[in-house]
Design a protein around this ligand. Structure first.
Ligand code: PLP
Length: 331
């Protein structure tokens, strides 16, 4: 099978971004290991600079631009973490960055991106509306579009996480990866299956608006209704004109698991109370899938904690045990 992004691309990405991102630790979880009866490890990528793995893809994409493209500046649509990462990566390169986002994006994420030095445009009620504004800026102002997942340099950058995980836990039988547009899962699966094809990779999404799962089931990219969810970083479609991540997820993922909002809040609560880690909803889905008993395990498991950019008021509500409705969260 040939993939749009191969192991060699991911290895070059790692060299390119080595001094721009952290190599995050992987730790053994005593609690989850006892609970599951197999060794469970947590990859603490929520501690990455800017609070999510998105810095890997953004840094690799920005560093891969020509001098002429760097002079024009970059633009992206983002539900938060990609925008934040791109703002940081562009600033390091001394470049202009414009971030377009929909009104569903929580205020804390917006402020952070502005503070990182990017210009912000708020457009429409969906990721697709924000994407249209990106295309306008590309055509009318000559900015270079760097999308959050469907781009070879972004996928290769996210794939560097796969290399780290398999080096940190070479005996891993299963890796659980949060799944939205699929750049993260595609990159990690290409890396890990490139190194040792026996490790299974399972994607985990929220049941409310799981675009990749619906697309895989349909056999082609489809639109799903975008709904507020505790895993807000997993919101948004995969694009009807998806070029890379749909095929990669179809060919490389062993399964996709969907979670209820209650299961996701259990994951956030467990991460805090038992593992002493503050993670956002999207970052907690791997833990949540294990706690919900939705994964069959037969050997060592690595769970990727992908981000920590949660509103702290919401986090407090969740850990105090009052399950907030997704609608409350979005309000
Ligand atoms: C973007 C994001 C994801 C999903 O990544 P995709 O490449 O879109 O599948 C998961 N977790 C967090 C914290 C994210 O920001």
């Amino acid at each position: 099978m040939t993939c749009a992004v191969a192991l060699a691309d991911i290895r070059s990405a790692r060299d390119r971004i080595a001094n721009k991102v952290e190599r995050t630790p992987t730790v053994h979880s005593q609690n989850l290991s006892q609970h599951l009866g197999v060794p469970v490890y947590l990859k603490l990528e929520h501690r990455q600079t800017t609070g999510s793995f998105k810095l890997r893809g953004a840094s690799n994409a920005v560093a891969s631009l020509s001098a002429e493209e760097k002079a024009r500046g970059v633009v992206a649509a983002s539900t938060g973490n990609h925008g934040r990462a791109l703002a940081h990566a562009a600033k390091l390169e001394g470049m202009r960055a414009v971030i377009c986002m929909s009104r569903l994006v929580p205020g804390n994420k917006l402020d952070d991106i502005r503070r990182l030095g990017a210009e912000i445009r708020i457009v429409g009620n969906s990721q697709d509306d924000a994407q249209q504004e990106v295309e306008r800026l590309v055509t009318q102002e000559g900015l270079v579009m760097l999308p959050p997942f469907d781009h070879p340099a972004v996928i290769a950058g996210q794939g560097t996480l796969g290399l780290e995980m398999i080096e940190q836990v070479p005996e891993a039988a299963l890796v659980l990866v949060p799944l939205s547009g699929g750049g993260l899962a595609s990159g990690i699966a290409a890396a890990i299956k490139g190194v040792g094809p026996r490790t299974k990779i399972i994607g985990v999404s929220m049941a409310r608006g799981a675009a990749m799962k619906a697309s895989l089931d349909a056999g082609k990219p489809v639109l799903v209704e975008e709904l507020p969810t505790l895993a807000d970083s997993l919101g948004g479609g995969i694009g009807l004109d998806n070029r890379l991540t749909f095929a990669m997820c179809r060919d490389l993922l062993d399964d996709v698991i969907l979670l209820s909002e209650e299961e996701i809040s259990d994951g956030i609560r467990h991460a805090y109370a038992r593992e002493r880690e503050i993670v956002e909803g999207a970052g907690a889905v791997g833990i949540a899938a294990l706690l919900a008993g939705k994964v069959t395990v037969s050997g060592p498991v690595v769970v990727l904690l992908s981000g920590r950019n949660i509103d702290m008021g919401l986090h407090r509500t969740i850990i105090c045990g009052d399950a907030p409705s997704a609608a409350e969260h979005a309000a």
